[in-house]
Design a binder for this molecule. Structure first.
Ligand SMILES: Nc1nc2c(c(=O)[nH]1)N[C@H]1C(S)=C(S)[C@@H](COP(=O)(O)O)O[C@H]1N2
Ligand SMILES: [Mo]
Length: 159
């Protein structure tokens, strides 16, 4: 009985730990598993976005572009030709999914910086929204500000 309780607790702990990590997979030279500590140690960026009620909030975290630089995603001068058919599929704990094209996130195409936020107004994201949320500044709806992000997959739409 004690063993069963032990194994069960271990599984719960393992599950809790994995939900605190983000996988970066697909069209990358170096797949990543990022923890909160990994993200805290990366270059930090901020993004302001309005919530559904129209209230603006300041989020901070890591630019998707900086995560892509670490994972080895085609960016900048490499983002041309067939690489323009690549997209980013973000998946959340509730299986909500959104996409960006790679070009939408590249500083050679746009000045807009989309971040993977771990803080809002300088504090960790609230329960049920964190630990990680995509924040897209300047959009008319917050529908792509997807919360409880679990994975970032770079894919090829090319036929
Ligand atoms: N994981 C996840 N993220 C999500 C959603 C969702 O259903 N699941 N809904 C989106 C939609 S449609 C909206 S309007 C905003 C609402 O969050 P907010 O009130 O903080 O802006 O969250 C977005 N992020
Ligand atoms: Mo929404």
């Amino acid at each position: 009985m004690k063993l069963i309780v032990f194994v069960f607790s271990f599984c719960l702990l393992a599950q809790a730990a994995s939900s605190q990590q983000i996988k970066v997979t697909g069209e990358v030279t170096k797949p990543l598993t990022l923890s909160a500590a990994d993200l805290a140690a990366m270059p930090r960026s901020t993004a302001i976005a309005k919530d559904k009620q129209g209230v603006a909030h300041t989020f901070s975290g890591v630019a998707l572009a900086d995560i892509f630089a670490q994972a080895g995603v085609t960016t900048g001068r490499q983002l041309r030709g067939e690489n323009l058919a690549k997209y980013v599929l973000i998946t959340c704990a509730d299986n909500y999914q959104i996409v960006f094209s790679l070009a939408e996130l590249d500083s050679s195409f746009t000045d807009r910086v989309v971040i993977l936020a771990d803080q809002m107004e300088g504090k960790p994201l609230p329960q049920g929204v964190g630990p990680f949320r995509i924040v897209v500044p300047g959009e008319k709806k917050p529908a792509r500000n997807c919360f409880q992000v679990t994975s970032i997959a770079i894919k090829f739409a090319k036929e």
